[in-house]
Design a protein around this ligand. Structure first.
Ligand SMILES: *Cc1c(COP(=O)(O)O)cnc(C)c1O
Length: 406
């Protein structure tokens, strides 16, 4: 059976060249980068070389890059770091309703600790309006955090405009750029952002390592206390192999980024037009053009996203759901709901996220296997007493097993 991975916004495969760059630091070059002997010096050199790679990729100074344990940690570090360091100046934070959980739950945590948070709405394309940011800023506001590009629908935010608004009002601006780094050109100085998060495993690097850009002059409190690694901002022995992998992956990515963006946009459009020409009652989620090259989020009426995912998985195709329709949660995607998508339609959403290994053949294979899956599910939905059309039934999320899909 074919195995086609189209879930690159969840994670990406590790590149062979990146693994090769990492292996020495998992084998012979195992030194602690803080040690003064030659083992330590070689590890330190590797970490600092990676820091330069990351800084160069973002238009930053190496001193402005802190390595973290993941994208989630970078988001936590940015938001809690600014919040706790600038508490005296203010207690108000502004973010959006479509952020990744790493930002949303961090803000909710801060609300429990006395901060006030404004969650900005988005338009039908999932776009934050910079005027809304300007309006929400008060003299108590210390931080605005709006993501660069959304992981579910791919909408790219007007980051430079939001940064300008923040700068004019003397408020720090953080952007979760985990989905944007390696896909879109980013220059932190040109954009005027103060803090920016990234994560290696979203651009063909290893899992469990990320980085945070912190503009020189921006004071943040550390999350981890202990040793003096990363200028006292991230106590812990450095993950040398992971950091080397992050630097290498980003460097390789930048070299191919422009060509890949064009190629993936064309593949994505082939997939989209192929699907809408074969299947009725399908809707595109996210901005038609201001969107990540490989991201295609679609809602299918009358069925559940999870059932489509299982059906595609049986054909060897990996995609993911726009909804968190798991046993633990019956909630549809907070992103789609914030965009005003009907809850029942939101339940019928899936996200294709294309990447390096995907080809036209892969897309054509999906176009062949998807229509019968949708047709079968819709027939089941029509004849099942449990799942009539959503308009009649309202929001629902019936557990689906592989047996149902067959
Ligand atoms: C994946 C992702 C994260 C979390 O990064 P991890 O390295 O998996 O912790 C944060 N924000 C966005 C937008 C993401 O896509």
């Amino acid at each position: 059976m074919k195995r086609i991975y189209m879930d690159h916004n969840a994670t990406t495969p590790l590149r062979e060249e990146v693994l090769d760059a990492m292996l020495p630091y998992l084998r012979s070059e195992f030194g602690n980068a803080s040690s003064v002997h030659s083992w330590g010096i070689r590890a330190r050199r590797a970490v600092e070389a990676a820091r330069e790679q990351v800084a160069a990729a973002l238009g930053a100074h190496p001193r402005e890059i802190i390595f973290t344990g993941c994208g989630t940690e970078a988001d936590n570090q940015a938001i809690k770091g600014v919040a706790f360091a600038h508490r005296k100046r203010g207690d108000h934070i502004i973010t959006s309703r479509i952020e990744h959980k790493a930002v949303l739950e961090t803000c909710e945590y801060l609300e429990k600790h006395g901060f006030r948070v404004t969650y900005l709405p988005v338009d039908a394309y999932g776009m934050v309006n910079p005027d809304d940011v300007a309006e929400a800023i008060t003299d108590r506001t210390i931080l605005v955090s709006v993501m660069f590009a959304n992981n579910e629908v791919g909408t790219i935010q007007p980051v430079a405009e939001i940064a300008r608004v923040c700068r004019e009002r003397d408020v720090y601006f953080h952007t979760d750029a985990v989905q944007a780094v390696g896909k879109l050109p980013i220059d932190v100085k040109q954009l005027g952002v103060d803090l920016l998060s990234l994560s290696a495993h979203k651009f063909y690097g290893p899992k469990g390592v990320g980085a945070l850009y912190v503009r020189r002059g921006v004071k943040i409190d550390p999350l981890l206390h202990g040793g003096h690694q990363e200028w006292g901002l991230r106590a812990a022995t450095e993950n040398v192999a992971g950091i080397v992998g992050l630097g290498k992956a980003l460097e390789l990515r930048l070299a191919e980024m422009e060509a890949e963006a064009q190629r993936l946009t064309a593949l994505r459009e082939r997939l989209y037009h192929g699907i809408v020409s074969r299947i009725d009652h399908v809707y595109l989620n996210g901005h038609p053009t201001q969107r990540l090259p490989g991201t295609l989020s679609l809602s299918f009426d009358y069925i559940e996203g999870e059932a489509i995912i299982l059906g595609l998985d049986l054909e060897g195709v990996a995609v993911s759901s726009g909804s968190a329709c798991t046993s633990a949660s019956l909630e549809p995607s907070h992103v789609l709901l914030a965009m005003g998508v009907h809850p029942a339609t939101a339940q019928g959403s899936i996200r294709f996220s294309l990447g390096r290994e995907n080809t036209e053949e892969d897309v054509d294979y999906v176009l062949e296997v998807l229509p019968p899956i949708i047709q079968r599910l819709r027939e089941m939905s029509m004849f099942s007493e449990h799942s009539p059309f959503p308009e009649e039934a309202g929001p629902r999320c019936v557990r689906t097993t592989k047996e149902h899909v067959r």
